[in-house]
Write a protein that binds this ligand. Structure first.
Ligand SMILES: Cc1cc2nc3c(=O)[nH]c(=O)nc-3n(C[C@H](O)[C@H](O)[C@H](O)COP(=O)(O)O)c2cc1C
Length: 326
């Protein structure tokens, strides 16, 4: 389980930073793998409003860090926006990232593609401001709501703290850090107990990527799914992306990974499915290992990719049925 914390303050070790750390500590205590991104340290250009993404499904600006952000947003089970209030909204650095999620909005609402994790991904907002204004968090909470719609995560609400001016003031608040930690535990706790599944193939570019997405799409939050390859390719095969898009499922921004990049690999998997990876799997499952004899579609035409896609879809459905009757 992967929790992404987006830290939106340009002031390091300030109130936002401390609040997010407390939330992530709570998530970690429940077993999550967490990653905190210092958003102002990233190079994220503002949206140009050119509508390129609405036609093509990706941004015309390719030279900044937004591609990496999209990869992380798509990988996360939970995304936490943490921001100081600047003029009743989020910081400009955070707003640039939010505006650039228009690419994900376009893929969802214009191209009608579904992020396979859409049924279970969650989002939460942490915010701090210096004044006591009644409406201090109203605008930012609305922005968060629509951001989470764009990134296909369910908005779970926010924790906002007023009267926090000096750096580190939040540490002297009677309950703020404890509340953030408890919220991190509580929201992450909803994911505890999912069965861990792993799909392995050679390059993690087609078969295991499609299997991972189908299991997320059809089984929702009953499985915590990952995939990997013993010789990871540089990108997900574009024909796998195309074949899955024909089913309405979006693989965009996913990346092949090696076994060494698996999340929380020391914890046993309940199920490992191998499909033609050349090494014997070094991970010991607590449950079962399956071998799916599926030909590698690498280098083959779209028609072949479709055949393998359909075969994987059927096998994943059977797998879900058998897990339900376990
Ligand atoms: C440019 C700027 C605009 C701000 N606007 C507001 C505001 O509208 N309302 C408010 O309550 N605080 C405002 N503040 C104060 C910060 O929200 C506050 O100091 C917060 O604790 C900073 O968080 P940090 O330590 O994580 O940077 C503003 C601060 C700056 C620098």
């Amino acid at each position: 389980m992967f929790v992404l914390g987006l830290m939106g303050s340009p002031r390091k070790h300030g109130n936002t930073d401390l609040l997010l750390d407390a939330f992530l500590e709570g998530a970690q205590a429940k077993g999550a793998v967490v990653s905190k991104i210092d958003v102002p340290a990233k190079h994220i250009e503002p949206c140009q409003g050119c509508r390129f993404c609405e036609k093509k499904g990706y941004c015309i600006q390719q030279k900044d860090d937004m591609e990496e952000m999209n990869y992380l947003l798509r990988r996360a089970d939970m995304v936490v926006l943490a921001t100081p209030i600047f003029f009743y909204g989020p910081s400009a650095q955070m707003k640039a990232l939010i505006d650039r999620s228009q690419t994900l909005w376009s893929r969802r609402h214009i191209m009608k593609l579904t992020d396979p994790k859409a049924t279970f991904s969650r989002g939460f907002l942490l915010a701090v401001g210096a004044t006591k204004g009644k409406e201090l968090f109203t605008g930012t909470s609305l922005i968060a709501k629509y951001f989470y719609d764009a990134v296909s995560a369910r908005y779970e609400g926010f924790l906002g703290f007023r009267d926090m001016e000096a750096p580190g003031a939040i540490a002297h608040h009677p309950t703020a850090l404890a509340e953030a930690r408890t919220k991190g535990e509580e929201l992450t706790g909803a994911f505890v107990g999912r069965k861990r599944a792993l799909f392995l193939c050679r390059e993690n570019a087609c078969r295991s990527q499609m299997a991972e997405a189908f299991l997320q799409y059809y089984a929702g939050d009953t499985f915590d799914v990952q995939s990997a390859g013993d010789q990871p390719a540089g990108e997900v095969n574009p024909l796998a992306l195309e074949a899955m898009a024909e089913k309405g499922i979006d693989l965009a921004f996913r990346r092949p990974k090696g076994m060494d990049a698996l999340e929380d690999a020391s914890r046993p998997f309940d199920l490992i499915v191998q499909m033609g990876c050349e090494q014997i799997c070094p991970l010991t499952p607590e449950g079962r290992i399956e071998n799916w004899e599926l030909e590698d579609p690498a280098g083959k035409p779209l028609e072949f990719m479709r055949t393998i896609r359909d075969e994987i879809e059927q096998r994943v459905k059977l797998l879900i049925d058998s897990a339900e009757s376990d």
